[in-house]
Design a protein around this ligand. Structure first.
Ligand code: NAG
Ligand code: NAG
Length: 243
């Protein structure tokens, strides 16, 4: 009797554990905001278009940025087009400057804030981490989230690929498909172009989205295109030097 009893006790506890685990797994899969995502959008912005929009811009406290694309963010996304956000509900892993001290100089150059009032970037980076970065924290810790994002900026080298195709920030108008083709020729993946509109209603190149795989080590063809405002067939590439 005794061995049998302990045996059934064992089986019962096993069943309890299995059911418990299955439920936990089930509830996890229903709460993707705990760090589930399929890929990233890597988003860069053109300062000339940002400054020419109705919101205008303020230069960072660290000075006027270079005439170059700058980083907006690295955003976890689902294949169905929706995205998780603010995944650190318990505030266990908030943005922490001390985790990125070695990157701050580069971030000031590559990831400046252009919003008003002028800032030193920390508010912008903190927003990017808390809203987006926390949703991929099971793959990228804070240091690697910012580091990888900086590295993708260099890898993408947009301004060079555009220039190779004769596309320059000279206030000129270019066919949106030529801009896309120039980036695709350089990187082997199709970008998504987002435009904003100036007071005259010109469609101007504002942001370029590229897709990055879940492990954040390669550009990929986008599983789904973003919802940003599509460009007209002709886009203006604003000069930034006159601001
Ligand atoms: C998209 O997929 C995620 C993760 O599977 C899910 O949580 C979300 O509800 C889905 N959204 C839509 C609009 O289908
Ligand atoms: C633009 O940024 C890229 C990536 O950081 C850099 O390699 C390039 O030299 C910059 N170009 C200009 C014109 O500032």
């Amino acid at each position: 009797m005794k061995p049998l009893r302990s045996c059934s006790a064992f089986i019962i506890s096993l069943v309890i554990i299995v059911v418990y685990e299955a439920r936990a797994g089930h509830s996890l899969s229903r709460k993707p905001d705990r760090g589930y995502y399929d890929f990233f959008y890597f988003v860069q912005q053109w300062p000339g278009a940002y400054c020419d929009s109705k919101w205008g811009c303020c230069f960072p406290k660290t000075g006027k940025p270079a005439e170059n694309f700058s980083i907006h963010g690295l955003w976890p996304n689902f294949n169905n087009g929706s995205y998780p956000q603010n995944c650190d509900n318990l505030n266990r892993n908030p943005f922490d400057k001390s985790k990125i001290v070695g990157l701050i100089k580069r971030m000031q150059v590559e990831w400046p804030t252009l919003s008003c009032p002028s800032g030193d970037g920390f508010k912008f980076w903190s927003h990017e981490w808390n809203k987006h970065g926390t949703c991929s924290a099971n793959v990228l810790n804070q240091q690697s989230f910012f580091q990888k994002t900086l590295d993708f900026k260099i890898k993408s080298n947009l301004i060079q690929h555009l220039s190779d195709a004769g596309i320059h920030p000279n206030d000129g108008f270019y066919r949106a498909e030529d801009v896309e083709a120039a980036i695709e020729d350089g990187l082997g993946v199709t970008p998504y172009l987002e435009c904003n509109f100036d007071k005259e209603g010109n469609s101007q190149l504002f942001q370029v989205y590229l897709c990055v795989n879940k492990l954040a080590n390669a550009f990929i063809q986008c599983p789904v295109m973003p919802h940003g405002r599509r460009c007209a067939s002709s886009v203006q590439f604003q000069s930034f030097s006159r601001f």
